[in-house]
Design a protein around this ligand. Structure first.
Ligand code: UDP
Ligand code: MG
Length: 318
């Protein structure tokens, strides 16, 4: 099978029939499976998926459906879709008709002929609210580029194409669907490209993500950055900052004591140690340093029992 098209959907019943017809028109000449993942819809989306699966499809196409018992989120839907995908190239796209399936053949060509592991869509002319989506999204993508080192304009575009190996070797969880290119890069799939894609206004239904996406997105980015740098060796992070903190506190303490002794010996006036602001700073720094160290030891114990502590991406063996 050439392609698996994974479509996460949450209350998108009106869009689905048009979406399927549009995909079938755009993918003539390919063999493909559509995997609709119903993320706990309550608007009859599943009944529509059942009808679509029952219809005689385009030549060489199959329709599968996965239905969650409740709403888990887009990442969970993609995770199940990735696990089920059998095509050589795996496509993800939104169900709301905002992404155009006409872009898929070119993305597939980029993977097959130009050797990309992952091709991400770039909604160059984004058809969403300028103030609540487009502007924050620019800022968010700038931050993501700086942190991840991946030069994508639109990291979180729903329309993406992957080599099958990529989706079978990454694990999307929580709300990490925003950072799949980063997950792929960390798993060793470094050839990541992008293609400007057409973007349509939402025709039916409403957007499922509010402004909190940017706060959550930023926190998730920090977590991924931390995990990719120090996830396997937390002591290197906590130990380094712990030593620095402790040293700062130690130097201050020595200074306070020496200064007092010198003043005493010379018969000059001197303050009680606890009357000086520096004393409290020194105390704080030493205590923080020890706590950072403890966090490092705890982190090492967690890392030691993590199931993926020895999971590597072996590319070839002879
Ligand atoms: N979606 C989902 N589960 C959720 C939220 C969204 O499967 O909990 C799907 C949604 O149905 C759509 C895609 O994820 O197919 C993108 O969502 P949406 O169009 O609301 O995002 P936006 O385009 O506004 O960024
Ligand atoms: Mg949308």
């Amino acid at each position: 099978m050439d392609l698996s098209i994974i479509i996460p959907l949450y209350n998108e019943a009106e869009s689905l029939p048009e979406l399927k017809a549009w995909i079938d028109r755009s993918l003539q000449g390919f063999t493909y499976e559509l995997i609709f993942v119903d993320d706990g819809s309550t608007d009859g989306s599943w009944e529509v998926v059942q009808q679509l699966a029952g219809q005689a499809g385009a030549a060489g196409s199959l329709v599968h459906g996965i239905r969650f018992r409740r709403n888990y989120g887009k990442s969970a839907a993609l995770y199940e879709g990735f696990a089920a995908a059998k095509g050589d190239i795996v496509i993800t796209m939104d169900a709301d008709l905002q992404d155009s399936p006409e872009e898929i053949p070119e993305m597939v060509r980029m993977i097959r002929e130009e050797g990309y592991d992952l091709v991400s869509g770039w909604k160059q002319h984004r058809q969403d609210n300028a103030l609540t989506k487009n502007l924050p999204s620019k800022l968010y993508n700038w931050t993501a580029r700086k942190v991840t080192g991946i030069k994508l304009h639109d990291m979180n575009c729903g329309l993406k194409a992957y080599r099958q190996e990529v989706v079978k070797n990454i694990e999307v969880y929580g709300e990490m669907h925003r950072y799949i290119p980063y997950l792929a890069k960390n798993a060793g799939f470094g050839k990541i490209g992008e293609k400007p894609v057409h973007h349509q206004k939402r025709k039916y239904g409403v957007s499922k993500f509010g402004l909190d996406r940017f706060v959550h997105g930023f926190l998730d980015l920090m977590s991924l950055w931390f995990l990719s740098r120090f996830g396997g060796k937390p002591m290197h992070f906590f130990g380094t900052s712990g030593i620095l903190m402790f040293l700062v506190g130690f130097v201050m303490t020595v200074w306070i004591i020496v200064a007092k002794l010198v003043h005493q010996a010379q018969g000059l006036k001197f303050r009680a140690v606890t009357d000086q602001p520096l004393f409290y700073l020194a105390l704080l720094a030493v205590v923080l340093g020890v706590m950072l160290f403890l966090a490092g030891f705890l982190g090492e114990m967690v890392a030691r029992s993590a199931p993926e502590r020895n999971r590597y991406q072996v590319k070839e063996r002879l």
